[in-house]
Design a protein around this ligand. Structure first.
Ligand code: SF4
Ligand code: SF4
Length: 328
């Protein structure tokens, strides 16, 4: 029996802004490439590196960047194919969240202009399909990075995955620009999305996001819920459209704002909400400090209110892991 060690090393592939890796965790892990190759060479390099890592793991050799990782997932499969692709390879966004982890790169700039991210990615994924490196019927795709609504190749990528019978596509989006392709994937029961609205009023939204788009985002969320509700194969498909709230000290860490957020979410037909602490920015600015009490209190409060309102609640998993340890 081989040493499997981590799901991401066995089945993950993560396209980042500066490199390609196996995972999208705060640990970072092993790097495969820094985008110096053309798509065909890149796909072959990914294939080759995945073989080497597997052989090393079979011989109990763990990659340097992975030692003592607290994010590794030990649940692995017998197949060696890629089952998860993370797409975090661009910075461009139409929103200006003050807590954005890309602020060092973007300098807080944002725009509604549609821009190309990295055209190599589409062709590389096409090539990986051709090499039979991807588990066609069981692929999970995760879009993060900047904003997918202003990423030029987003519609093309969605269509490539749908054509290849993707199992599920998860999208983190600002929700400012409506995407027809995302709605199409939702309608087919092949996607889910999360919009971190982080507020229950236009005023708080603008303070956090630097855009006056609260009502527009709620309207787009409603359109996505309608699209998801049309799915013929999953009666609970609408619960895959999630309204998210990241607790931000001095901006929204109070029960009044949480109440307004829950009510507005409920009124547009949201079935599931998510609560999270701010760990990316938090770890960046408070590393080693104690997690503040208000995070625990507001998680508890949100749970109580969701039960009263009949909303399903997702508690962000990374937040729970950090809150359990009690230290950023
Ligand atoms: S062990 Fe940790 S760093 Fe390495 S691939 Fe897995 S999750 Fe990523
Ligand atoms: S929506 Fe996401 S990528 Fe855009 S500024 Fe906010 S946190 Fe950053």
């Amino acid at each position: 029996m081989s040493e499997k060690y981590c799901y991401n090393l066995r089945h993950g592939l993560s396209f980042h802004q500066k490199n390609i890796r196996f995972c999208t965790t705060l640990q970072l892990g092993e790097i495969i490439s820094i985008y110096e190759e053309k798509p065909k060479e890149l796909a072959l390099k990914i294939q080759e590196t995945r073989r080497i890592i597997k052989k090393n793991l079979d011989n109990k050799i763990i990659p340097n960047g992975c030692e003592n990782c607290r994010y590794r997932i030990q649940e692995c499969y017998e197949t060696e194919k890629i089952k998860r692709i993370d797409l975090y390879y661009w910075y461009h966004c139409n929103c200006g969240c003050f807590y954005c982890s890309y602020r060092d790169e973007t300098k807080g700039e944002f725009s509604d202009k549609i821009k190309e991210g990295n055209p190599v990615i589409y062709k590389t994924i096409e090539e990986l399909y051709r090499l039979d490196e991807i588990d066609k019927n069981n692929l999970f795709v995760n879009f993060g990075g900047g904003e997918l609504g202003v990423l030029k190749e987003f519609p093309k990528l969605i269509n490539l995955f749908l054509k290849n019978n993707v199992e599920s596509i998860w999208c983190e989006t600002s929700g400012i620009r409506y995407s027809k392709e995302l709605a199409k994937a939702l309608e087919k029961g092949k996607a889910g999305l999360s919009i971190a609205i982080c507020s229950g009023s236009p005023e708080t939204y603008k303070k956090i996001k630097k855009r006056d788009k609260y009502t527009q985002v709620l309207n787009n969320l409603k359109k996505y819920i309608n699209a998801a509700s049309k799915c013929k194969t999953n009666p609970n498909n609408a619960s895959r459209v999630i309204s998210k709230y990241i607790i931000l000290q001095g901006f929204n860490n109070n029960v009044n704002e949480i109440d307004k957020w829950l009510i507005d979410s409920m009124n547009i037909g949201i079935k599931q909400v998510e609560i999270s602490m701010e760990f990316c920015w938090g770890i960046h600015t408070k590393k080693g400090e104690k997690v503040e009490d208000y995070n625990y209190e507001l998680f508890e409060y949100t749970e109580k209110r969701c039960k009263q309102l009949g909303l399903a609640l997702k508690k962000n998993e990374t937040s729970l892991a950090i809150m359990k340890e009690g230290i950023y």
